[in-house]
Design a protein around this ligand. Structure first.
Ligand SMILES: [Zn+2]
Ligand SMILES: [Zn+2]
Length: 137
């Protein structure tokens, strides 16, 4: 699906407040627990409470009755702490024109990589540049 504003609002105002989504969310956490994985933010690796960002709403649909059906894949749900989640959405909005025609999965992945780099800070980036740098000097 595209990054269209209207599409997003349908999900954020409708689906993300529905019982179907709350149940789906619980199921995601349960499946992570069963695999004995630690829930952490994909960007900053903070452990603790996370939001689940949809990289795609594929599989989510609304019945004619208005009831939502949660059919999204686990892989399309990305654990992010609240701060990183807000940053990601800010970037999605801000760079909407750059991402024109991209699907949300690809745009989300590119932003996560950018946010991770920013979180790493300049120290480690400087260090890795130094290591690579000597052959070029
Ligand atoms: Zn985070
Ligand atoms: Zn999100």
């Amino acid at each position: 699906m595209s990054l269209g504003r209207r599409g997003d609002a349908t999900y954020t105002r409708g689906y993300l407040r529905s019982p179907a989504w709350f149940a789906r969310r619980r199921e995601w956490f349960r499946s992570v627990e069963q695999r004995r994985q630690v829930v952490m933010c994909l960007v900053c690796r903070a452990e603790g409470p996370v939001d689940l960002h949809h990289t795609s709403y594929d599989g989510v649909r609304q019945e004619p009755s208005g009831a939502w059906v949660a059919g999204e894949a686990d892989e399309d749900l990305m654990p992010l702490c609240r701060g990183c989640h807000e940053d990601l959405h800010r970037e999605l909005d801000r760079r909407r024109r750059d991402f024109w025609g991209w699907d949300r999965r690809r745009a989300s992945a590119v932003i996560v990589i950018g946010l991770r780099r920013a979180r790493l800070g300049t120290d480690r980036i400087a260090a890795s540049k130094g290591r690579r740098g000597w052959t070029n000097r």
